[in-house]
Structure formats: C-alpha cells, structure tokens
Design a protein around this ligand. Structure first.
Ligand code: F0G
Length: 288
C-alpha cells in the first residue's frame, strides 16, 4: 500500500516580473504547495511506503525541520512512530509544532547537524527502526527525482538552467538523477549555498558538512553549472523579491536559488528556480 498525503504535482509558475528583471524566461517550481509545505514529501512517501513493506515500526531522522515535519506526518499516516533528532534551538518553531501536531517525538542534541545525524543513525540501528535521512536512504532521492519529471512535462522539455538551495545536497542529486534518467541530459545546475553554512539565518540549510557533496559536485560539473555561494543579505533580498514581485511567500532558505540569479541567469534563456518550502514554516526569520 502506498503511504501518501497527495504529494507532488506542484505548480510551475511563470514569473513575469522576475523574468523582466533578469532578462530571461523564469519559472518557479513551487514546492511549498506539498502537503507538509516542502519538497521533502515526495521522497518521504516513497521511503515510508518501502519502510512499511519492510516491517518498520519506527522512523528515525535528523533534521533542520522540514524532513522532521514530513517524516512525522507520513509516519502518522502509516500508523507507526517517528523519532526526530534536531540541534537544540536550531529548527524553526513552526516546524517543531508540525512534528508535535502529528504525535512524533523530538530528541534535542547539542552541537551541529552532524551530531544530530550521528545520533539519529544510532537510534535507527534499534530493532524495527528505519533511517529516513537521504544520506542513508536512497528511496528519498527516488521520490524527490519526480520533480524533475514534472518540470520536463510542464515545460515540454529541459530548461537551460536550474537553481535550488543547497543544504545536504540530496535534492540536487535527485534532480540530476531525474533529468538524466528521463532525457539523458542536464540543465546547467546551480545549487546555491549560504556563505556562512554554520550560522546562516536560513536555518533549513544550516549544514556545515553536506552528506551528498561529492555527487553534487560531479553532477554540477557534468551539467556545466557551478556551486554558488551567497550571503544572508542576498538571500533576504531574494526572499523579499519573491514576495513583493511574485506573491510567493517562501521560507528563507527557499529563496537561495533566486539569490544567485544575477550571476548566472543569462547562461540560458529558460531558467527554473526551485522554491523548496512555505513561508509559514519559518515566521521568526521573517519577523527578524
Ligand atoms: N530548502 C529547504 C526548505 C530545506 O528544508 C532543505 C533541507 C533544503 C532546501 C536543502 O535541500 O539538503 O537536499 O540540499 N532541509 C533538510 C531538513 C536538511 O532536515 O529538512 P538539500
């Protein structure tokens, strides 16, 4: 049985004003429209479906917040437990409310995301538990690659450029896999990371050591793109542009792809920016 909340099938929105501003044909893949408000739901449906087939009674993950909200919801949907490991004080409070609202357990650790990840891996080695971080669970990537299939259908072909936020790198890897499986080619990939990975206000991508770094760098090189680094001020300005010029209220981290646009948008005519999560998830960042 498929464990689903109706994920995927999100809009690809033509961004008229941003197209004019950057001198390209710009599209926004609006992943905040997923059931728990982020792209994570695509992979979680596959991972939880497979975990149930394997007899799992508990899901375990480490998260900056969105994987947490998603795994908690899909676990509840499947009728099993979820245990979420977060760095104390690091996840947006609305994401933790999402987790508690569907009955999952939160474990806080001190330190960095890597410490949370190690603790989650340890908890996942217990009987009946399944690890649902994409670094240890390829089903997540399999689900997330469907966004690339949708873009191909929605545009009728490949865009020239695709840009998205770069945290652990699982999503970049998933898009690369999706495009290469479907059409044996890639758009120029520009994953965008925060300059201060350890301290960025874009809490969703506050990850010092990306678990998928080598696959991301390989895919970017194959595509003729580049890994782009932006400041928090540039992310904030891009976030504001998305709201004021296109009516898209996304979370801070989700604006990272747009923040790099003035550097690489003109590498092609047709540019897709993946907007990964909803603004209602991260109200503190906005208030600040
Ligand atoms: N955008 C949002 C809103 C995210 O939550 C994340 C990652 C990313 C972008 C980056 O994607 O890690 O595949 O490169 N969030 C993870 C989490 C780390 O725990 O929710 P990535």
């Amino acid at each position: 049985m498929t464990v689903t909340l109706g994920e995927g099938g999100t809009p690809l929105l033509r961004a008229e004003r941003l197209s004019e501003r950057f001198g390209v044909e710009l599209w926004l893949k609006w992943e905040g429209a997923n059931p728990t408000g982020s792209f994570k739901d695509r992979g979680m449906s596959v991972a939880v479906t497979r975990a149930i087939e394997a007899g799992a009674t508990r899901l375990v993950c480490a998260s900056t917040g969105n994987t947490a909200a998603s795994s908690a919801a899909y676990a509840a949907r499947a009728g099993i437990e979820a245990v979420i490991v977060v760095v104390a004080g690091a996840a947006a409070s609305a994401k933790l409310i999402q987790v508690r609202a569907v009955g999952a357990t939160i474990v806080e650790v001190e330190g960095t995301f890597s410490d949370a990840y190690d603790e989650a891996a340890r908890l996942a080695s217990e009987d009946g538990a399944v690890f649902v971080n994409s670094g240890g669970n390829d089903d997540r990537i399999e689900g997330q690659k469907t966004a690339a299939f949708e873009i191909l259908e929605q545009l009728g072909g490949l865009p020239d450029v695709l840009t998205l936020p770069y945290g652990g790198g699982g999503n970049t890897k998933a898009y690369a896999r999706g495009f290469e499986e479907a059409v044996s080619a890639l758009p120029r990939l520009h994953p965008v990371q925060a300059q201060d990975r350890a301290g960025t206000h874009a809490s969703a991508i506050r990850i010092v050591d990306p678990v998928h770094r080598s696959e991301v760098e390989d895919a970017v090189a194959r595509s003729g793109g580049s890994v782009v680094t932006v400041s928090d001020d540039e992310i904030a300005a891009a976030w504001r542009l998305l709201g004021h010029e296109e009516g898209i209220f996304c979370e801070r981290a989700s604006a990272a792809g747009v923040a790099g646009l003035d550097r690489f948008a003109r590498e092609g005519e047709c540019v897709v920016c993946v907007i990964t999560g909803h603004g209602l998830k991260d109200p503190e960042a906005v208030a600040a």
